[in-house]
Design a protein around this ligand. Structure first.
Ligand code: SF4
Ligand code: SF4
Length: 390
């Protein structure tokens, strides 16, 4: 099925309002237009030409963080995020910051290696200045080398299978140590790990800016690259990448890759407590659910099971809200993003836990800026230490 939006999809909404309960942006604005129901009504008005694309309407279509919480609650399974993506396609990125982001992303798509070198060169000069001035929300540390810049294969002593790693931009360019931890775990378990040449951005940030054509090109390239690998699964540390490969690509291209999995789902039935030793200084942990993992991929139990297997006690914080990262959202909607982060960071900071664990590099980055009294780790770091030792 090719992606597209029509009035029929939107008119499935019966306006019950059930979706408002967990909508992070509705919580911030408390106006109808900042929830799924209001956004669908605006998109319906636009498609039926009863409304014109004013700047205010456009803002409501772009200030959705695309978390998917509304879809999980919707009794009629209205595909709200797809409607929002399609709305953005009709209303291309404009306004200073969004247009600038679109330009930078198109540039980095064409020249990823050069973009990485420029990002490196800027990290000790322009980034600290932009961070101090509040233009960027994070203090960015760009590693010396990315996780990969060519085809890489890691071989175990005794092979039980072959896994392809979809590294994703955040792991490759910002957190290569997370990718190294995953490779270490997989090789330890007997998997040959392939990082193919030719992986490109999953396309989610492009779609979030209405750049659908670019997202289609990226999807095509990734499908071509990964379908040739003869791997039993394609595993990623980023739930947004998994969502793109598993859910968006069939909508964009009518094609999908087999067995795309988030790391917790892949490891949950491949690890046992006898293989893992408790990690020193991490006796109690709080777990943060990334939105795309819990709402869109419906993965809740697996990371918790793995944390318990690794010998840590899970502290129930009762917190299940969005951290406010949302990729480029954190740059374009600074106030909403920061407010959401502060709400979550407050709860996790007060929890009687030695650390916060999550399953998404983006959540890690976002929560790490607000939580000062304990570390924030990706689950793969805990599992690597429990399985392989430090
Ligand atoms: S995707 Fe998230 S932010 Fe957007 S309308 Fe749904 S619940 Fe609200
Ligand atoms: S829960 Fe579904 S049907 Fe109800 S208002 Fe929200 S999108 Fe519409």
């Amino acid at each position: 099925m090719q992606s597209g939006m029509c009035l029929e999809d939107i008119s499935k909404c019966v306006r019950c309002g059930g979706c408002k309960a967990n909508c992070p942006t509705y919580d911030e604005g408390l106006t109808e237009a900042m929830g799924a129901r209001g956004r669908l009504a605006l998109l319906g008005g636009l498609l039926s030409e009863q409304l014109t694309p004013t700047a205010a309407l456009k803002e409501r279509i772009y200030d959705c963080i695309l978390c998917g919480a509304c879809e999980k609650l919707c009794p009629l399974h209205v595909d709200v995020t797809e409607a929002v993506y399609q709305g953005r396609k009709l209303l291309p990125a404009s306004g200073g910051l969004r247009r600038c982001m679109a330009f930078l992303m198109r540039f980095s798509m064409k020249r990823p290696a050069l973009s990485f070198r420029v990002a490196q060169a800027m990290q000790h000069t322009i980034y600290p200045y932009l961070f101090r001035k509040g233009v960027i929300p994070f203090s960015i540390s760009v590693p010396h080398v990315p996780l990969k810049d060519d085809r890489q294969v890691y071989k175990p002593e005794k092979k039980v299978g072959r896994i392809a790693l979809f590294t994703g931009c955040s792991t490759n360019y910002l957190f290569p140590h997370l990718g190294a931890s995953l490779i270490n775990v997989l090789v330890h378990l007997g998997y040959e790990v392939v990082l193919p040449k030719g992986e490109v951005c999953c396309g989610a940030p492009f779609r979030s800016l209405g750049l659908e054509e670019e997202a289609v090109q990226l999807a095509r390239k990734n499908i071509e690259t990964f379908s040739k690998l003869n791997a039993e699964a394609v595993v990623s540390l980023c739930p947004t990448c998994v969502l793109s490969l598993k859910v968006h690509y069939p909508k964009l291209l009518g094609k999908e890759l087999n067995n795309v999995m988030d790391v917790a789902s892949f490891l949950s039935n491949r690890l046992s407590s006898s293989q893992l030793s408790p990690v020193r200084n991490l006796r109690t942990v709080a777990y943060h659910d990334p939105c795309h993992m819990i709402h869109s991929l419906d993965v809740r139990k697996e990371p918790r099971d793995l944390i318990r297997l690794a010998g840590a006690e899970l502290i129930d914080t009762g917190e299940s809200g969005c951290c406010g990262f949302g990729g480029v959202y954190s740059l374009c909607y600074r106030n909403i993003s920061r407010n959401l982060m502060e709400k979550r960071a407050g709860v996790y900071s007060a929890a009687k836990a030695d650390a916060v664990i999550t399953s998404c590099p983006g959540c890690m980055l976002q929560l790490g800026t607000g939580i000062k009294n304990k570390p924030v780790f990706h689950i793969i770091e805990l599992l690597e230490e429990a399985l392989c030792g430090s």
